[in-house]
Design a binder for this molecule. Structure first.
Ligand code: NAD
Ligand code: TDX
Length: 343
């Protein structure tokens, strides 16, 4: 008998990381005989907020099913589950930008906490086999020295991080209370093609392309662990396929860099002067450093990051130069959000 391929439902599939995961799935499985026979195309749910964009999925057009809906709309989510009966839920959908959460936490609580709870309830009702929750390293809070392991306490600082931590706690409560088959993944800072240019790396590139300077918060000493998005989604796929139910997996690159160094590397890659940045007012409550111990996924599942920071930034700059129209199409929204000229 021919093996049936799992039906995978992906929330936030039109977002930066979700779309990279969809492209990986489709490109990987397109080559598979079973995929072709069974036609189990991935099912995407996305509200298409300012951050969602189907252009990210043009190269796999026609190879997924798309529902434009809000994960907070329980009726709509139930209808989709009733119709599609997914085996696996990959939950990427979220409000994802720290600065926006500092301006207004409301959509963060709605989508990240309430939306996750609705998705958990509907997934439980329809007895999915696996629920993969995409969390973040930010739930642990900041760590001036050392590294967070999966056993570290969560101590989120920004409203964004608090909303993601709330979601993690809900997932863990469902695992314990209902033996719900979930796994939590905590990736570090992602960057790469199709990232919305509100985040440091694409924003910096956009500013340089516009002849402006890169705004660096505070003194630029905050450290982030940079993970190229293709490495991230390979890790997510490995966890989806082989991860242990009920577990948490950190997903980091070990590529730590101070913001000022990251910006200088970018300036070098872009081939412009090293002075094309300016220090601006610091982010409120700015976490000084994130750093993950990701030995568990490497030891248990054999995943390792393959793209270092220099080559990753080079790939990102090359992609950005070819996709300037897309990046610049977000300029109005970015300027409206940041309001003042140089940000
Ligand atoms: P993103 O902002 O690029 O994409 C989020 C997607 O979710 C968008 O397509 C948006 O339209 C959709 N969405 C938002 N609210 C929704 C709702 N209520 N209903 C349905 N869809 C909705 O985010 P991203 O960078 O791709 O992040 C994906 C996930 O990974 C998030 O859960 C985020 O917290 C997590 N994460 C991101 C990073 C990073 O560096 N970008 C790092 C660690 C973890
Ligand atoms: O203009 C800027 N200047 C600047 O100095 C921006 C946008 C950021 N920064 C700094 C703040 C951070 O220290 O750069 C660092 C990275 O900032 P972001 O790109 O906003 O990411 P961060 O706040 O670290 O959060 C990211 O990683 C964890 C993602 O946005 C989250 O979704 C993810 O969970």
């Amino acid at each position: 008998m021919r093996k049936r391929i799992s039906k995978i439902l992906i929330t936030g599939g039109a977002g930066f990381i979700g779309s990279a995961f969809v492209r990986l799935l489709v490109n990987k499985w397109e080559r598979s005989y079973f995929f072709a026979k069974n036609r189990n195309a991935p099912i995407l749910i996305d509200k298409l907020t300012y951050a969602g964009d189907l252009k990210r999925l043009e190269e796999v057009k026609g190879k997924f099913k798309f529902y434009k809906t809000d994960i907070c709309n329980k009726t709509s989510i139930q209808e989709i589950f009733e119709k599609e009966r997914p085996d696996i839920v990959m939950h990427f959908a979220a409000e994802s930008h720290v600065d926006r959460s500092i301006n207004d936490a409301t959509p963060f609580i709605d989508t990240n906490v309430k939306g996750t709870q609705i998705l958990l309830d509907v997934s439980r009702k329809y007895q999915v086999n696996k629920f993969i929750h995409i969390s973040t390293d930010e739930v642990y809070g900041e760590i001036p020295n050392g590294k967070f392991s999966e056993d570290s306490l969560i101590k989120p600082n920004s409203p964004y991080a608090a909303s993601k931590a709330g979601a993690d706690l809900l997932v863990q409560s469902y695992i314990k209370t209902y033996k719900f088959p979930a796994i939590i993944i905590r990736p570090s800072n992602n960057y790469g093609p199709w990232q919305y240019p509100e985040k440091l790396v694409p924003l910096a590139i956009l500013r340089i392309l516009g002849g402006e300077k890169i705004p660096v918060y505070g003194k630029g000493v905050n450290v982030r662990e940079w993970l190229y998005v293709d490495d991230c989604v390979r890790g997510v796929l490995a966890i989806m396929q082989k991860g242990k139910i009920g577990e948490i997996y950190n997903l980091g690159s070990t590529c730590e860099s101070k913001n000022i160094d990251t910006v200088k590397l970018l300036l070098k890659t872009l081939g412009v002067g090293q002075d094309r940045f300016e220090f601006v007012k610091d982010r409120l409550g700015h976490d000084i450093r994130y750093s993950l111990n990701s030995r568990k996924i490497t030891n248990e599942l054999g995943w390792k990051p393959m793209i270092g920071l220099m080559p990753g930034l080079k790939l990102t700059v090359d992609w950005s130069l070819k996709h300037q129209i897309w990046l610049k199409s977000k300029l109005k929204d970015i300027n409206q959000f940041y309001k003042y000229g140089t940000k």
